[in-house]
Design a protein around this ligand. Structure first.
Ligand code: AMP
Length: 223
């Protein structure tokens, strides 16, 4: 099964994607994390992507599609995988269907209101080493400035600055929101309320996933 976590920047896709990976064993493929790693390592791909990322614009389809194609080819995705931050426009939806069209999928939109999104992004700290995410108000690290998981340094993402946040939300509205209709028409679209604690939201997402997994098992048994 393919799980697509859908929702605006700051809605919690990365955090929830990690929990889904841990509980269900579907590897998380986050284009944002892969791009940030490439930028950190100063790879040719990272150098190409950095300017667009720092402006809050989308990186070229060709770059992100290449990253996803490579990850999907990995044997650990045989049972399924979770996409965080991809697809983000109509061309990427088509590319995904061309690279792995036959796979059953579930799309879950995490719904969070505008002021909460901005507050979450402004308070967000990210680990330079492993990409784990903390929040100055909601989820503080145990030691200030250090990641609980790997001890890496925590930093504020360049694109979590207020002027870039508004651009990312604009890009989301203009390009990404439109792909919702495609998944609604396909009958694979679900919503989860993204308010409350990380555990509250995970409870709602796992409710959707448990129902979907049970339904698929029942379908299989009937065939
Ligand atoms: P995210 O961590 O998902 O918020 O992504 C951070 C930034 O990486 C975005 O603002 C884009 O610049 C870039 N990015 C991530 N995923 C994609 C994608 N699917 N298509 C284009 N750009 C992307």
């Amino acid at each position: 099964m393919r799980i697509i976590l859908f929702g605006p920047p700051g809605s919690g896709k990365g955090t929830q994607g990690d929990l889904v990976e841990r509980h269900y064993g579907f590897p998380k493929i986050s284009t944002g994390d892969l791009l940030r790693r490439a930028v950190r390592d100063r790879s040719p791909l990272g150098l190409k992507a950095e300017t667009m990322m720092n402006r809050g614009e989308l990186v070229s389809d060709e770059i992100v599609e290449g990253l996803v194609r490579e990850k999907i080819a990995n044997p650990d995705t045989r049972r399924g995988y979770l996409l965080d931050g991809f697809p983000r426009n109509a061309a990427q939806v088509r590319a995904l269907e061309a690279m792995d069209g036959g796979r059953p999928e579930v799309v879950i939109e995490i719904e969070v209101d505008g002021p909460t999104l901005i507050e979450r992004m402004q308070g967000r700290l990210t680990c330079r080493k492993c990409g784990a995410v903390y929040n100055l108000r909601l989820q503080m690290p145990r030691t200030e400035g250090r990641c609980d998981i790997c001890g890496g340094e925590l930093y504020q993402r360049a694109d979590d600055r207020p002027e870039v946040i508004s651009e990312r939300l604009r890009v989301y509205k203009e390009q990404t929101e439109k792909i919702r209709a495609h998944y609604q028409a396909k009958g694979v679209f679900h919503r989860a309320d993204g308010s409350g604690t990380v555990d509250d939201v995970f409870g709602r997402i796992s409710g959707v996933l448990d129902r979907e997994l049970a339904r698929r098992e029942a379908d299989k048994a009937q065939r």
